[in-house]
Design a protein around this ligand. Structure first.
Ligand code: PLP
Ligand code: ZN
Length: 456
């Protein structure tokens, strides 16, 4: 049943604490009524935030969730987001989620810590999870699934993070957002900034191809190329942010980015009737996608939605595989020298959250694999040929890694497996030039048509 209630918070006390107490009272009444704070509730001036907070990875310092910090003010450590799950568990369950009519990541709003009137959305998430019968058959895998993340509004899974980042930017009343990136994250952030009406600066390395930046420029982001290395680009962004106070939205750093990706985990659980696959295969660069998804999966278990979790699989290109290399060698992550691969999105030689990826792999009894550019191209072709799925090399890497892992016997072919296909092939047409055959040219005659119609 869908409840429509109108709660308007009149006369809220003017102080922040008073306001929060006011919210808590409403929240408690809603719990008593058995209602949730999701999309079924309309007319609410401000949806109460469930108990959530930020905490530092390194020193443990706790900050209120509505803080605009993206790194620990004490030690510059990475921040994470914590929740009082017992509170959420009281309202969120399988039946409630399945009754929802919102088919986007905001279906899981109770675990996305921004208030509903700040949400900036283009309908991202709840992407198809399709069974890949033909590809599965060709590989001898009985239960192979593909999560079509490239169907997100800007063509990549980054939209989940951007939607939450811009919602958060609105909440902290950011006047400008900024990112250092040359790829999908920049395009995605620019689109959501346009939707939110918040100016956006993109700092890109000078070698970034204009193709990748066009989407961001079209959204009227201020795209600036920075001379020097990728690190110089990061430093330039850092200087600008320090001086002008812009809200920094780098996916490697801002905890709200991977908090968006965690909805992939909930979706995989819900879309498989709460029987998630045995393996989830991710292409990994910074690791924000895999880390987020693993958090979403753990939360699904915490909330009693599922009782068993998949093993996470991290796939990286041979030309830049600091995390997979460390996992395989049982060593700490070291920067990857002279990174080079056609999988541009995975070319992160010093992943700041690499150790979180390693923890996810260890906790989930997962695996890591590396793949060559040739293996990536070949996987991209198989996906297109057997499944009608055209993805960029950074996505195809997941399938290339899976092929290697089943061939070497590290993953059994009778397991239920899902590959996360993160970005559209339309983004990297130039990388594919020469990879596929040229079309035949014919004269418009019956004879020539007969020739092509009978040719295999
Ligand atoms: C298409 C695509 N796949 C995968 C990745 C890697 O994601 P992450 O950096 O979250 O590991 C990226 C990163 O930009 C990407 O663009
Ligand atoms: Zn700290």
């Amino acid at each position: 049943m869908i409840f429509q209630i109108g709660v308007v918070v009149y006369g809220a006390p003017p102080t922040a604490t008073g306001y929060r107490r006011h919210e808590q009272r409403i929240m408690q009444s809603m719990i008593r009524l058995g209602l949730s704070y999701g999309d079924e509730i309309t007319g609410v001036r401000k949806v109460p935030l469930q108990s959530a907070w930020l905490f530092c990875d390194e020193c443990g310092r706790k900050l209120p969730i509505d803080s605009d910090a993206y790194r620990c003010p004490s030690c510059s450590g990475m921040l994470q987001i914590g929740y009082d799950y017992s509170n959420v568990r009281r309202t969120v369950g399988r039946t409630l989620l399945q009754s929802r009519s919102k088919f986007s990541m905001w279906r899981y709003q109770e675990l996305l810590p921004v208030t509903s009137d700040n949400i900036v959305s283009l309908g991202e998430g709840f992407t198809p999870l399709v069974q890949a019968d033909r590809l599965g058959e060709s590989l001898g895998i009985g239960q192979l699934f593909l999560k079509l993340e490239y169907t997100c509004p800007t063509g990549s899974f980054k939209d989940r993070g951007s939607s939450l980042l811009l919602s958060k930017a609105r909440e902290v009343k950011a006047n400008t957002v900024a990112i250092d990136s040359s790829g999908n994250a920049a395009a995605s952030l620019a689109a959501y900034s346009a939707k939110a009406g918040i100016p956006c600066y993109v700092f890109a390395p000078s070698y970034a191809s204009i193709g990748k930046l066009t989407q961001a420029i079209a959204n009227e982001a201020k795209v600036v190329k920075v001379e020097g290395t990728r690190k110089d680009t990061f430093e330039a962004a850092k200087m600008a942010i320090a001086k002008y106070g812009w809200y920094y939205c780098a996916f490697q750093v801002n905890p709200f980015a991977s908090e968006g990706s965690k909805t992939i985990g909930y979706e995989v659980c819900e879309q498989t009737g709460w029987q998630p696959p045995d393996y989830l295969v991710f292409p990994v660069g910074t690791g924000s996608g895999l880390i987020g998804c693993w958090k979403g999966l753990k939360e699904s278990r915490e909330l009693g939605l599922v009782d068993r979790l998949p093993a996470m699989v991290c796939v990286q290109p041979e030309g830049c595989s600091p995390i997979a290399r460390a996992f395989k060698q049982g060593k700490e992550i070291a920067p990857f020298e002279k990174a080079q691969t056609i999988a541009e999105g995975l070319m992160i030689s010093q992943p700041l959250k690499g150790k979180h990826v390693l923890s996810a792999l260890t906790e989930s009894h997962g695996l890591a694999e590396t793949v060559s550019d040739e293996e990536i191209l070949s996987a991209a072709k198989l996906l297109a040929k057997f499944e009608g799925v055209f993805v960029e090399p950074s996505s195809a890497a997941a399938v290339a890694g899976l092929i290697k892992l089943v061939t070497s016997g590290k993953i059994d072919r009778d397991q239920k497996i899902a590959c996360i296909l993160t970005g559209s092939g339309l983004k990297t047409l130039e990388t594919y030039s020469g990879a596929f055959p040229e079309p035949l040219t014919i004269k418009p005659t019956q004879n020539e048509i007969d020739k092509i119609a009978t040719k295999n």
